[in-house]
Write a protein that binds this ligand. Structure first.
Ligand SMILES: Cc1cc2nc3c(=O)[nH]c(=O)nc-3n(C[C@H](O)[C@H](O)[C@H](O)COP(=O)(O)OP(=O)(O)OC[C@H]3O[C@@H](n4cnc5c(N)ncnc54)[C@H](O)[C@@H]3O)c2cc1C
Length: 457
């Protein structure tokens, strides 16, 4: 089959590439190959009762399928250049923000209307943070919530399904450069196109590396973020979350001068597991629906580590630490902050006595046996710093789940059009190592679609 444009991956990057291409050039023949299932067939078998932990499905429904890694996410759509990726370094700050706002409008037209946009602009918390040596990053955050995020994806799929040739459960195996474009193989079949957009996200990181090697595209190692997920009574952070929903707060530790930041805040949410290439880590989400809210807020505390010489594999480092926690806890480890400070493990009975009831069933244990001392010291110092703006954060019943790891793909060498050294081959979204969020990944899709539509017109 010959297409005008082939897109690999149907996460936000791939979806918005297809959406914009069909909007600008309806006559273009666009094919999308996705390793995972259609949205309606994406189901994680963990039900918390019969199946409590990851059974290693061939295609992980949390990470793969229409909607990509973000399909069951909290749908926090951050409109900012301050975090979520470095797209602005390629396309400029103004353009990046403009495209993020454009995608936000599309999401609103596809079921997201009525959801709230929070903003840090003019907030008093900025001053309060600064007075306590903490730094609040600037952003506008649209909170779609796990439920509305799903509705938006359903509606986007309905809008696209008759316009675009979707191939689900069809991982692309190889990419080859041919005289007038690119040839891919999937399930023993070959397909060709003039232009190829690769948007394979985190789950496609290893495959992306193979493609870069095969096509001699340069790559650079990226950082890995390591830390814990904190869960505490929602009231402790409600004065911040009610106004800002998500606050990205950064702190420089006194002991090592490391930067620790809050990440992925879920007011009245739940802690969940995440499976990346068979490694179980922790994440969190929350629903827009009031009936699904919990009494707790969760957020991650992360420290970035970047290895370059002689060891380059930052992700490998993060994976080893996550594996260690999986080995000790059979998955995610759980410890009360009070137990950590007293240098003792948490046990089933200590967790039972706690006033905070964990929203995720995890194994009580000792995070100091898993996280490197430096990272653990950073996390403890950050919790104590946050206690000044949200008293109670350093309470002994505050729960810490470990480990939370944010893996980043290695950075693929692309130019200011997000095009590789091979004309007509674009690499976008989290798979490029440039974006790490729904908003930046989606914006990168719109950006390349406009470029491609202009060229193929
Ligand atoms: C649990 C969770 C919660 C999150 N919450 C948020 C949030 O609230 N806000 C936020 O901004 N970000 C969040 N994120 C991150 C966000 O989901 C990603 O940044 C975003 O989805 C990246 O989009 P993408 O299109 O680049 O990649 P992905 O969404 O990862 O999509 C890539 C797609 O490519 C497919 N693929 C991979 N390899 C191949 C192949 N060889 N052939 C064919 N298809 C392939 C995959 O199956 C996948 O569906 C969350 C992530 C997770 C896992």
């Amino acid at each position: 089959m010959r297409y005008d444009v082939l897109v690999v991956g149907a996460g936000p990057g791939g979806i918005f590439t297809s959406y914009e291409l069909k909007k600008l050039s309806p006559a273009l023949c666009v094919g999308v190959f996705e390793a995972g299932h259609p949205l309606s067939k994406r189901r994680c078998p963990i039900d918390g009762e019969k199946i409590k932990s990851c059974v290693g499905c061939k295609s992980c429904s949390i990470m793969s399928g229409f909607g990509g890694a973000g399909a069951f996410s909290d749908g926090k759509y951050n409109i900012t250049n301050d975090f979520g990726g470095t797209l602005y370094e390629y396309i400029g700050r103004k353009k990046a923000l403009e495209l993020m706002r454009y995608v936000d409008e599309i999401n609103l037209r596809h079921g997201g209307e009525g959801t709230k946009l929070y903003s840090t602009a003019g907030t008093r918390f900025k001053t309060e943070c600064l007075r306590n040596d903490l730094h609040l990053l600037d952003a506008s955050v649209r909170h779609l919530g796990t439920d509305i995020n799903y509705v938006v994806l359903e509606n986007l799929y309905d809008a696209l399904k008759d316009e675009v040739d979707f191939h689900f459960d069809s991982p692309v195996e190889t990419v080859e450069k041919i005289e007038d474009g690119y040839r891919i193989t999937s399930g023993g079949e070959t397909h060709e196109a003039r232009t190829l957009v690769i948007s394979v996200g985190r789950s496609g990181s290893k495959w992306m590396e193979e493609v870069c090697r095969a096509l001699s595209i340069e790559t650079r190692s990226n950082r890995v973020d390591l830390g814990v997920r904190v869960e505490l009574p929602a009231e402790i952070f409600s004065h911040i979350t009610d106004e800002l929903y998500e606050s990205k707060i950064v702190y420089r530790t006194k002991k090592y001068g490391d930067l620790v930041r809050t990440f992925c805040m879920n007011p009245r949410g739940a802690v969940v597991t995440e499976n990346t290439n068979g490694i179980i880590t922790v994440n969190g989400h929350s629903y827009e629906d009031p009936s699904k809210k919990t009494p707790y807020t969760n957020f991650a505390l992360l420290v970035a580590k970047h290895f370059s010489v002689p060891f380059k594999n930052s992700n490998g480092y993060g994976e080893s630490i996550a594996r260690l926690s999986n080995m000790l806890g059979g998955g995610v480890l759980l410890q009360r902050f009070g137990d950590l400070i007293q240098g003792r493990r948490s046990t089933e009975s200590r967790i039972r006595e706690s006033f905070v009831v964990p929203t995720l069933s995890a194994t009580p244990g000792d995070l100091s046996l898993v996280l490197p001392k430096r990272i653990l010291d950073d996390v403890i110092e950050m919790i104590e710093a946050l206690d000044k703006i949200a008293p109670g954060t350093a309470g002994s019943d505050t729960l810490l789940y470990g480990v939370e790891v944010k893996f980043y793909n290695m950075e693929v060498a692309v130019n200011e059009k997000l095009e590789t050294c091979h004309p007509g081959l674009f690499v976008i979204g989290d798979g490029s190592g440039i974006t790490h969020s729904l908003s930046h990944a989606s914006a990168s899709g719109v950006f390349v679609a406009r470029e491609i539509a202009g060229r193929l017109a």
